[in-house]
Write a protein that binds this ligand. Structure first.
Ligand code: ADP
Ligand code: MG
Length: 436
């Protein structure tokens, strides 16, 4: 009865001697043997009967005989030791059987012979369930990752929209204000010039009188002297020229601001035409090198000419603003590298500087009109917002990455043909970066 029970158990039970020859097999194993072998399997090497993973099985058996310790093999590491078939639950699809195997050292009580008992469990059901779960969780993970990416993209898109909205309204406002301010600036400027001339005439008259003072009689001389003295003529004379010069300089600054503000407006005087980006860069290098304490410029471009369809004025202005920022950031002590990349659909200009860099808290604000960290007179905080408007007009992209005390890279991409959709650049993973 006991032998019958062992024979019918739904697990594989086999006994092998030290030469790896089979001593006993229960029905689980026998049913999976070719018919002709079922009666004469005894004393046959186990790996000859079941030609699965013979080497592995032998190694395991050997270790059990030598160490006299049980050995366990789990389906995940070694799924199919014996070449048996099994059907999957639910689908019923026939597949290779997934197996857990345990080998135990035993001893024949009568003869003292060392033997090994192989237990084999069919775990196809658990394995296929586990695999299905694994696949499902991988798919979920992928979906989760895709969602995260989407959320990041949405975040970027939202901040771009907010920025664009801000720029659009500021742009209109700025253009309006610029127009209004232009008229008074015009007449104040003209009046100031006239005033300058009048002042020099008046001074010439007074100086003339002073020069001829010896010709007057004593009483008149005294009176004239007193008049000059009581009106602080010497002080007045020095101050008047200085005051007018200062006012003219102030007015020039106001004119500069207004000029920049006007660039916010979408009016484009020159219209679309072929623009050579390399030529612009070279012109700007000459221009800026003359003004800023000679930063070392390097331009890196495979071609001599890289053309886009664009509006030369705003494009030049955008590049100039970015390059001036770079020159101001290096302050004569570093280098600026310009790279022009000529791609099939677009042109990318990278302006890299080894300057002071931008702290993360400022990076968020650099495109805001009037945001500046520079001392009065050096920056109006309009450079990048003007550049933004110009690049947006061209359906391009401008992005800034920076590391404090290391430097900054501004990347501008402009599609070659204006009708082409703005190129989507790879997602920028750097933390300190701002794209609009
Ligand atoms: N290349 C750069 N290196 C360091 N800081 C920069 C750079 N470009 C821009 N910035 C920062 O962005 C601010 C805004 O720049 P911008 O709009 O050109 O205005 P402005 O130059 O008049 O301050 C600057 O004040 C500066 O803090
Ligand atoms: Mg600037």
């Amino acid at each position: 009865m006991f032998e019958q029970l062992v024979g019918k158990l739904p697990v594989g039970i086999g006994v092998v001697d030290e030469s790896f020859n089979v001593v006993y097999l229960n029905d689980f194993f026998l049913d999976r043997l070719p018919h002709k072998m079922r009666d004469c399997y005894k004393d046959t090497p186990v790996v000859e009967l079941f030609q699965g993973q013979g080497k592995f099985l032998k190694r395991r058996l050997k270790s059990v005989f030598v160490l006299q310790h049980p050995s366990f093999s789990y389906w995940e590491q070694r799924p199919h030791i014996f070449p048996f078939k099994s059907s999957r639950p639910i689908t019923g699809e026939e597949t290779q059987m997934y197996q857990n195997m345990e080998i135990l050292p035993i001893k024949d009580k009568k003869t003292g012979q060392r033997l090994a008992c192989i237990f084999l469990q069919n775990v196809t059901a658990q394995a296929s369930y586990f695999r299905a779960q694994q696949k499902l969780s991988e798919a979920l993970k992928k979906e989760h990752e895709a969602q995260r990416k989407l959320i990041r993209k949405l975040d970027t898109a939202q901040s771009q929209l907010i920025q664009a909205e801000k720029m659009a309204s500021t742009g209109q406002l700025a253009a309006g204000i610029a127009h209004e301010i232009n008229n008074p600036i015009g007449f104040v400027n003209a009046n100031l010039n006239t005033l300058d001339q009048y002042a020099s005439h008046l001074l010439a008259i007074c100086d003339g009188v002073k020069g001829q003072i010896e010709l007057f009689n004593d009483e008149l001389k005294e009176q004239i002297d007193a008049l000059f003295e009581s009106n602080h003529y010497d002080l007045l004379k020095d101050d008047i020229t200085e005051l007018i010069a200062e006012s003219t300089e102030g007015l020039t600054r106001v004119k500069d601001i207004v000029e920049n503000l006007k660039n916010f407006s979408l009016e484009t005087a020159e219209g679309m035409q072929t623009v050579d980006i390399c030529a612009i860069c070279n012109q700007l290098i000459t221009l800026i090198s003359a003004q800023y304490s000679a930063p070392q410029y390097k331009i890196d471009c495979e071609k001599e000419k890289v053309e886009v369809m664009g509006n030369p004025g705003p494009l030049k202005q955008a590049l100039m603003n970015v390059m001036i920022n770079a020159a101001q950031a290096v302050d004569g002590k570093g280098f600026i590298k310009l790279t022009v990349i000529d791609a099939a659909q677009s042109v990318t200009i990278k302006i890299l500087d080894s300057g002071c860099g931008i702290p993360a808290k400022h990076l968020k604000r650099i495109f805001e009109p009037f945001f500046t960290t520079k001392p009065e007179g050096q920056g109006q905080g309009l450079g990048l917002s003007v550049a933004y408007t110009a690049i947006e007009q061209h359906h391009g992209k401008i992005s800034v990455s920076s590391k404090e005390a290391k430097g900054t890279v501004v990347e501008i991409t402009i599609p070659k043909a204006p009708a082409a959709p703005a190129p989507s650049s790879e997602e920028n993973e750097t933390e300190d970066s701002q794209t609009v």
